[in-house]
Design a protein around this ligand. Structure first.
Ligand SMILES: Cc1cc2nc3c(=O)[nH]c(=O)nc-3n(C[C@H](O)[C@H](O)[C@H](O)COP(=O)(O)O)c2cc1C
Length: 164
């Protein structure tokens, strides 16, 4: 799949089949995440892959805006060291993972990390040492139904030539 097709096909997927995700596919997603651009080449990221059903259930409870994590077959939690550009770096890594998921036919969704009241509880559950920021949770699974694209603002509405 070419890059534009992956970008155009990507949509948040929140319902998943019960079919497991092979380990090598999860590794491919992390491999995509770790290749994201990173300010000052710091690479502050760490990726926690969760497949344990009980942990997924608990995550779904804790991360209130991502209740559907409980039904995911896996979830990638992206943490970054608390560097100057931790949020930009971690967000770039998150988008890489989401686009790689499209290529593999996996459904995924960006569930908020940073700024959410549950960040410490998630870090505690996953045994993350102090000094790391939760960037995102990415529940994953084979999509249960046809993926529906949300309507986006069109190009003419957002493009500005030379001046705003
Ligand atoms: C920073 C960020 C945080 C998000 N947090 C959540 C979330 O907590 N729960 C959720 O269901 N979706 C979350 N989303 C997904 C957005 O709701 C989704 O991207 C948006 O509605 C556009 O839909 P699309 O991804 O299908 O294009 C988040 C997206 C971003 C970029």
């Amino acid at each position: 799949m070419d890059t534009f097709s992956a970008i155009n096909k990507r949509a948040s997927v929140r319902e998943y089949q019960s079919r497991p995700i092979e380990k090598d596919l999860l590794e491919k997603l992390i491999d995509a995440g770790r290749r994201a651009p990173t300010a000052r080449a710091v690479e502050p990221w760490e990726f926690v892959v969760i497949q344990d059903r009980e942990t997924l259930k608990t995550l779904g409870k804790i991360a209130t805006s991502g209740g559907f994590i409980k039904d995911a077959l896996a979830c990638i939690a992206i943490f970054c060291q608390d560097t100057k550009y931790y949020l930009e770096d971690g967000s770039a890594a998150t988008e890489n993972v989401l686009l790689a998921a499209v290529e593999l036919g996996l459904g995924a969704c960006w569930v908020a990390g940073d700024k959410k009241p549950y960040v410490d509880e998630v870090a505690g559950l996953l045994g993350v040492p102090a000094g790391f920021k939760l960037i995102s949770l990415i529940p994953l699974g084979w999509p249960k139904k046809e993926i529906k694209q949300l309507k986006k603002r069109n190009l003419e509405q957002v493009i500005h030539w030379e001046k705003f």
